[in-house]
Design a protein around this ligand. Structure first.
Ligand SMILES: [Mg+2]
Length: 91
């Protein structure tokens, strides 16, 4: 069965849900205890599933995307994000 953006998207939502649960646990607002992955591990799971979306979408649409291309896009976006975060923290 070929994976689609829809199936990958649902997996992303699952991972973000697991991250939300770990954040709730980290604040002590639940009886549950932290899983082995914790906030950092669940964040990484979410990132991996988002990267999977890039691969699946690219493959299904004949877009050739390399790791270098992704890093170039990420660098530009990170620079924007860094600038935004700097302005927020220096208000
Ligand atoms: Mg997970």
């Amino acid at each position: 069965m070929e994976r689609s953006e829809d199936t990958v998207f649902r997996h992303i939502v699952e991972e973000v849900g697991e991250l939300a649960e770990e954040l709730t646990i980290a604040t002590g607002m639940t009886y549950k205890t932290a899983g082995a992955d914790g906030v950092i591990g669940e964040s990484i799971d979410a990132i991996i599933s988002l990267v999977d979306m890039i691969y699946v979408h690219s493959k299904r649409n004949g877009i050739e995307i390399t790791q270098e291309m992704m890093m170039e896009i990420a660098s530009k976006k990170l620079a924007k994000w860094e600038d935004y975060a700097w302005r927020l923290s220096n208000r």
